[in-house]
Design a protein around this ligand. Structure first.
Ligand SMILES: [Zn+2]
Length: 193
C-alpha cells in the first residue's frame, strides 16, 4: 500500500455534479474506449486506486468495450493490446466493478467500488511486464491522479480481496517511486505489506 500526499490541485467547477470535482468524468489524457455497461454515479470522492491485471487475456480494454456478456465494466482504465496503450473505459465519476462487493475489504470497508478507481494492466497475472507497459502504467497513473485529486492510497487487488492474485509478480511497488520524473507534486511513501 502506498500513501500519496501532495499539494492541493483541487479545482472546483461551478458546473460540477456528483462528486464535485470531476466534470464529465472523462480525461482528455486517455483515448476513450467506452464500456457498454457501467455503474451509477459515485456518491463519495474516490480515495483509493486499485491496481489489477486482466486474467482474461492481454486485451483488457477490448474485452470491456465489447462486453458480450453485458456485465458491468470492471475497470476505469485498462490496457488495449491493439493500441498498446492504457485507455479509459468508464468515467471517473461512475462506478466500475473491479472489486467484489462482499469479498473485497479495505480498512474495514466493503463495497470498495464505491470509493475507488480501478486500473488494469495486461493479463495474465503470472507474467512479467515489458518496460513499455511499466512506462505507460506510470504515465496512466499520473493522468488519473490529475483527474481525480482525491486519490490518496494505492493498493493491489490481492491486498484487499483474499481470492485474488492480481496484479501478480510483474507489478512492482517501485514503479511508483519514479513519479517525480514527471514533475508532478506527489510524494509517495511506501508502507510495508
Ligand atoms: Zn483484479
Amino acid at each position: 500500500m502506498f500513501y500519496l500526499s501532495r499539494k492541493s490541485r483541487l479545482v472546483l467547477c461551478d458546473h460540477c455534479e456528483g462528486t464535485g470535482f470531476i466534470k464529465s468524468g472523462w480525461s482528455e489524457a486517455f483515448l476513450k474506449l467506452e464500456a457498454r455497461v457501467y455503474g451509477e454515479k459515485l456518491k463519495e470522492d474516490p480515495y483509493l486506486l486499485v491496481v489489477h491485471s486482466g486474467a482474461k487475456g492481454r486485451n483488457v480494454a477490448k474485452f470491456i468495450h465489447e462486453n458480450r456478456n453485458k456485465k458491468y465494466a470492471s475497470y476505469h482504465v485498462a490496457w488495449s493490446e491493439n493500441l498498446q496503450e492504457f485507455v479509459q473505459c468508464v468515467p471517473f465519476n461512475r462506478r466500475a466493478y473491479h472489486v467484489k462487493g462482499s469479498l473485497g475489504v479495505f480498512e474495514g470497508r466493503k463495497h470498495v467500488n464505491g470509493f475507488s478507481i480501478g486500473i488494469a494492466l495486461p493479463g495474465p497475472y503470472d507474467q512479467e511486464f515489458p518496460d513499455y507497459v511499466k512506462e505507460k502504467f506510470i504515465r496512466a497513473v499520473s493522468d488519473i491522479l490529475i483527474e481525480v485529486p482525491t486519490l490518496k492510497i494505492v493498493v493491489r487487488h490481492k491486498d484487499i480481496q483474499k481470492n485474488k492474485k492480481d496484479p501478480g509478480m510483474g507489478f512492482m511497488w517501485n514503479w511508483l517511486d519514479s513519479f517525480s520524473r514527471f514533475s508532478l507534486p506527489f510524494d509517495f511513501r511506501r508502507k510495508a505489506n
